[in-house]
Design a protein around this ligand. Structure first.
Ligand SMILES: Cc1ncc(COP(=O)(O)O)c(C=O)c1O
Length: 356
């Protein structure tokens, strides 16, 4: 059969890739094929469709029989819905100062979710029981927002990964204080690939109550899910999702993308590849004199410090962002479609610009 005719025209060069963000990548062809498969005919709207039903089974195969997925449009929405489900109106969420919910969500947890964030500076994006304790106090003090949740990211904003033991220690500590644990798993797949264990090993088995499970950075067109692991920890998820404008009417198209990633091993293949490219990049960069790598490279991000003039020249050739412009820190992200050639070309350019 001939492909359907389209009047749309291509407006970009599909061979150009950079290191700005894993969101700059397109969708994986297997995800696009799944979307085409889910098209046609009529399906019940708002989540009562066959694809969302099947997604529940796929999610349970990863996260155990108590897990329930609530597909949403994006990661900010997943976090805002999830955090509302585990906090009271007087509640607060403890998180790293560098957390996405604190620095990159436009204030949505506070303004849309009405949640006070209690932040803690960390050297590497990771909370520890000791760091949590800097904000875990004052439950009886009505002058203070009540710490009710600890939210961590796995992998973190700084490309670091918690071990299952670290996750367990955090969950035990939070639970001992009566707090719940939320994981921003926008890059949960990358963490699993690094740790080489199933995702449940460092979520359910560690005591995590609920998580935001990423799809977009892992090869979806768009779409994530709040995954509730401990049903007793949450309330009114369905109402909160709608109230937070995250209920997709044609939900089958979100669910089928997550199914395409998670039903077999596409999620892991994509994450492994992105991580491997980050390792290759880090190795190449380490060999360039004068460039400092800032954090352990444990997922698909490489953070480095280099002279401003070099960054500015390089940015004319490749897309990537400053992370902290004043310090000269940059972030390079790898995606599921980053190639070895992309990495090697970039490292060669870095070497060239450093030598000028
Ligand atoms: C750690 C983390 N959490 C959540 C998100 C969600 O982002 P978005 O709302 O753009 O899908 C991102 C995206 O960059 C992220 O890096």
């Amino acid at each position: 059969m001939n492909p359907p005719r389209t009047d749309a025209r291509r407006h970009h060069d599909p061979d150009v890739r950079g290191f700005a963000s894993d969101n700059y990548a397109g969708a994986h062809p297997e995800v696009l094929a799944a979307l085409a498969l889910a098209n046609g005919g009529h399906q019940v709207a708002y989540g009562e469709d066959a694809y969302t039903e099947n997604l529940q089974q796929v999610i349970r195969s990863h996260f155990g029989p108590t897990a329930e997925a609530f597909p949403v449009f994006n990661g900010t929405g997943a976090n805002v819905v999830a955090l509302q489900a585990v906090t009271d109106r007087w509640g607060a969420v403890i998180c790293a100062e560098s957390a996405h919910i604190n620095v990159d969500e436009g204030g949505a947890p506070e303004r849309v979710g009405g949640i006070k964030l209690l932040t803690v500076p960390t050297p590497d994006g990771k909370l520890t029981p000791e760091l949590i304790d800097r904000q875990a106090y004052g439950w009886e003090d009505e002058h203070r927002a009540m710490p009710q949740v600890v939210s961590i990211a796995q992998a973190t904003e700084l490309g670091t990964v918690y071990t299952p033991d670290e996750m367990r220690a955090l969950c035990e500590h939070a639970h001992a204080h009566g707090m719940k644990v939320h994981v921003d798993g926008s890059r949960l797949a990358n963490a699993a690939a690094t740790l080489d264990v199933p995702m449940r090993t460092f979520t359910n088995a560690a005591g995590v109550d609920l998580l935001s499970l990423g799809g977009t950075k892992n090869g979806a067109l768009f779409g994530e899910a709040v995954v509730v692991l401990n049903q007793d920890a949450v309330s009114h998820m369905k109402h909160l999702r709608k109230l937070s404008m995250q209920l997709a009417s044609k939900m089958r198209f979100v669910s089928v993308q997550l199914e395409a990633l998670l039903a077999r091993d596409l999620w892991l293949r994509n994450a492994r590849h992105a991580n491997e490219m980050a390792q290759r990049l880090a190795e190449g960069v380490r060999a360039v004199h004068g460039v400092e790598i800032l954090h352990p490279v444990q997922a698909n991000a490489v953070f480095a410090r280099l002279p401003h003039a070099v960054t500015e020249r390089l940015q004319k050739r490749f897309r990537f962002y400053f992370w902290d412009e004043a310090a000269g820190d940059v972030r390079w992200m790898c995606a599921f479609d980053t190639t070895e050639d992309d990495v090697d070309t970039f490292v060669a350019a870095l070497k060239e610009e450093m030598a000028r």
